[in-house]
Design a protein around this ligand. Structure first.
Ligand code: ADP
Length: 552
């Protein structure tokens, strides 16, 4: 049988336009649908979405044939199923959206049954060959079934209205959950936008008789399909394991396909070579960029993952730290009263309040007294740390002469230094009295600790305590230098943290809580000052500097 070629009314320009406007949405939707089908965890939604894009592509293919073909049989054959397929993909996007926005089960089932029943009459009409009547030769079209066209248009608008209403109800329900709200909003906007453009332009084209409107409108479809993609990727509509780089890949694939298709429309050899070379360079370059972007993205993903885990671990550590402080605080309170009793009675025993103690017992009683004292000091340290951490530490502020106070402390500790064979110097370049505004007791305690540390961690040599000021900076400094065990850089950066003790400290002085420096720093900071350490390295001595603001 001869093929009847009649449709010469379709110009080449319109044909090219028809190719572009149809092929682009076909490629975009099929690619996206496949990605979804491959990666989606929610199988129901993925299958519905995939069926929707396949039906849409089927419709687009059929429609394309009716636009570009001159073959009567082809045009008639494809035209006859278009309306029914059109109804079907509306039905599937409705099913998809109902599940996606979380409509109630009863409503979902009701809508599905109604939709299915509503698609039966067009199915019968199409099957019976009543969808199209005859070929309208001068207009290059089929004469379709008017009733079916009207039915289809009503069906389309009904679906759009149901989708909008369901989405509004869901949006109201999830209003407080920001992410869910944004996700549903984006899915709804992209779906409704897609359907409204599709049905709206169809209606407009029928009304005005300018069918090219349909072709231009098809160009907007990929935008909505992409929006839907974004909603899928960004908000994990399908709980996908893919990230935004996959979307860039999809876009690149679309770009590549469109560029290659474009080449087929070029008749001129010269133009073909130029465009072809341009396309090859662009695609090659794009591929390189994509590769490095993929690498970067996977690294970023790894870092994000690690950062998330670190944050969780940090949170857990903070909770544990708080629990630990609470425990220490309770335990210390419990320890304080028996210790006070031990110290008190040991002291009374030594003073002879219970009669003369035998010579043999003198030393043990002395040991009981000193050990209990040092334990009481540690307990006091623990309590102070938990007070600092809970913010309940009380400071009694007053103005005092720091230089004099430091000198008294040096006088106090000189005997201890001498016992170890060390010399303790006190130096100052201050002429007048330099006043500070701070908690006298706590500052004295901190400086006492710093000098005491220098004695503890120095085997031989000297300890020099210098008090100097910097009037311009309005600061006063207490510098304690020793010729002791020194510290490496790592130790310096750690020792101001709670319970931190250097390895060499353990060797020199087994006893120690690792709390002295932590507290000295916290107390100085509360007085708007600071404490820092310097050392040339292990075995090369250390220098601790306390800095406080000058009152005048
Ligand atoms: P403690 O002395 O009870 O261990 P500190 O908080 O006072 O606790 O000191 C923390 C650590 O800092 C010490 O264990 C020691 O490693 C180091 N350190 C402090 N002072 C000196 C010093 N003068 N020389 C060398 N190391 C020191």
């Amino acid at each position: 049988m001869d093929l009847i070629n009649t449709c010469f009314a379709t110009t080449n320009e319109v044909r090219t336009l028809a190719y572009y406007s149809h092929l682009l949405p076909i490629i975009v939707s099929l690619l996206l649908g496949t990605v979804v089908l491959l990666y989606a965890k929610n199988r129901n939604k993925a299958i519905l979405f995939f069926t929707f894009v396949v039906l849409l592509s089927l419709w687009l293919t059929g429609n394309l044939v009716t636009w570009v073909s001159n073959n009567y049989y082809l045009v008639a054959g494809f035209w006859s199923y278009l309306d029914f397929v059109n109804i079907l993909f509306y039905l599937f996007i409705l099913y998809f959206l109902l599940i996606d926005v979380g409509a109630s089960k009863r409503f979902q089932i009701g809508a599905m049954i109604t939709g299915f029943l509503a698609s039966i009459p067009p199915f019968i009409i199409t099957l019976a060959g009543l969808a199209v009547y005859e070929f309208d030769e001068p207009n290059c079209e089929m004469i379709g079934n008017d009733w079916l066209a009207l039915y289809k248009l009503s069906f389309e608008w009904f679906v759009i209205v149901v989708i909008v209403l369901t989405a509004i109800i869901s949006l109201i329900k999830v209003y407080s959950k920001r992410n869910e709200f944004k996700r549903i909003l984006l899915t709804t906007i992209s779906t409704v936008g897609f359907l409204a453009i599709f049905s709206g332009t169809e209606f407009l084209a029928t009304y005005t008789g300018v069918y090219e409107i349909n072709l231009y409108a098809l160009f907007t479809l990929p935008v909505f399909i992409l929006l839907l993609t974004i909603s899928i990727f960004e908000f994990r509509t399908f709980k996908m394991v893919v990230d935004s780089i996959s979307m860039v890949r999809v876009l690149f694939a679309i770009f590549a396909i469109v560029t290659i298709i474009n080449l087929f429309f070029i008749d001129d050899t010269g133009e073909f070579i130029i465009t072809g070379t341009g396309a090859a360079v662009t695609l090659g370059f794009g591929l390189l960029v994509l590769r490095s972007a993929t690498r970067e993205a996977s690294q970023r993903q790894q870092i994000e993952h690690l950062a998330k885990r670190l944050k969780q671990a940090n949170k857990r550590l903070k909770t544990l730290d708080k629990q630990k402080s609470e425990f220490v605080s309770i335990a210390s309170h419990q320890l304080r009263s028996p210790l006070t009793a031990i110290i008190g009675y040991a002291s009374l025993l030594q003073e002879g309040s219970y009669g003369r103690i035998p010579a043999k017992a003198k030393q043990p009683v002395e040991r009981i007294y000193t050990s209990a004292r040092s334990m009481a000091e540690s307990v006091e340290d623990y309590l102070n740390v938990s007070r600092i951490e809970s913010g309940s530490m009380k400071y009694e502020m007053s103005n005092f002469n720091l230089k004099d106070e430091v000198e008294y402390i040096c006088d106090d500790l000189r005997t201890d230094a001498m016992k170890k064979g060390l010399v303790l110097f006190f130096k100052t370049d201050l002429d007048s009295s330099a006043m500070v505004h701070a908690d006298l007791g706590k500052i004295k305690q901190s400086i006492h600790n710093l000098i005491n540390n220098s004695i503890k961690y120095t085997e031989k040599g000297k300890i020099t305590v210098l008090v100097r000021d910097d009037v311009k900076k309005k600061k006063i400094y207490v510098e304690i230098s020793d010729t002791g065990i020194g510290m490496d850089e790592e130790t310096i950066s750690n020792i101001f943290q709670k319970f931190e003790r250097a390895v060499n400290a353990n060797k020199t002085n087994i006893q120690g809580t690792g709390l002295g420096l932590y507290m000295a720093l916290k107390i100085a900071e509360a007085m708007k000052g600071t404490v820092r350490a310097e050392s040339e390295g292990e075995g090369k001595g250390s220098k601790f500097i306390m800095e406080l603001p000058l009152v005048k």
